[in-house]
Design a protein around this ligand. Structure first.
Ligand SMILES: [Fe+2]
Ligand SMILES: [Fe+2]
Length: 269
């Protein structure tokens, strides 16, 4: 029983690919087949897979039906996060998405999902000798929201150094970050009210922009004691190092965009 994650499937069984890189880059060639095969060899029906946003190029639900059929055919329980390209997903209608696709798919927005991590602890006798293995459970809440970060435009010199940026766009980004922080807190607070104290936090956008070493999102991860922050959205070699990876202030950060993972889901727990 494991928790896996991967983002940015950008499926297009009934829609048109809008990103030139996805049409040209060899990493995207037959990516649906590669992911399907990798999942079949890795994930079982006892596992959970979090899909970290940008599921489909379809602009409305009717253009995503075959994409959802593909997602449903992947083994395990699937939890979906909202990405910036998921136009089919109206935030205010998350409950109706959950109603329509339950129990196979769960749409994570202003709510949380329970995840029970399962392990074996060694039982010992009075003299400290191992007698048998007993199951040990750790209950986690999977929390998250789309997130947001300022992506420019930046003004750079010939050596690629940042000289400045579009300040009007930066102001707009700050407002979107605030809205997403409110949504993330809703997710954490619902989980906390339900008795959870262990969290895995998911964002579609990176937790920090290229200008930041910390943000409201990293602060919130630390405030609630999230063990890991998992994010996606970064495509192409040049973007893979845009944000945090590894351990910072006790929180483990991990990028799981599909092209970064070469279409093999990452094992989170
Ligand atoms: Fe994406
Ligand atoms: Fe994205």
């Amino acid at each position: 029983m494991s928790l896996y994650a991967i983002g940015d499937l950008h499926l297009h069984f009934q829609s048109e690919v809008k990103a030139a890189d996805q049409r040209r880059d060899r990493l995207w060639r037959n990516h649906e087949d590669r992911l399907r095969r990798n999942c079949a060899g890795l994930i079982t029906d006892d596992d959970t897979l979090v899909l970290v946003g940008d599921h489909s190029w379809g602009r409305k639900l009717a253009e995503c039906e075959e994409d959802f059929a593909y997602i449903r055919a992947i083994p395990g329980r699937k939890i979906l996060l909202r990405g910036n390209h998921d136009h089919f997903w109206d935030v205010k209608k998350t409950a109706s998405l959950n109603e329509r696709f339950q129990p196979e798919l769960f749409f994570l927005q202003d709510n949380f999902a329970a995840y029970r991590d399962y392990d074996f602890a060694v039982r010992r006798d009075d003299k400290g000798g191992a007698t048998d293995n007993v199951p040990a459970y750790r209950d986690y809440a999977i929390v998250g929201t789309k997130g947001f970060c300022f992506e420019g435009p930046f003004f750079i010199d010939r050596r690629g150094r940042i000289l400045g940026w579009d300040e009007e766009k930066e102001e707009h980004a700050k407002a979107l970050v605030e809205r997403e922080l409110t949504r993330l807190r809703t997710s954490f607070e619902q989980a906390k009210a339900a008795g959870y104290s262990k969290y895995i936090m998911f964002l579609h956008y990176p937790p920090t922009s290229v200008l930041e070493e910390s943000s409201g999102f990293t602060d919130m991860a630390e405030e609630y004691g999230a063990e890991q922050v998992i994010y996606a959205h970064c495509h192409g070699e040049a973007r893979f190092r845009d944000s945090l990876q590894g351990l910072y202030n006790g929180v483990y950060y991990r990028l799981v965009s599909g092209d970064y993972l070469r279409w093999t889901p990452a094992r989170i727990l």
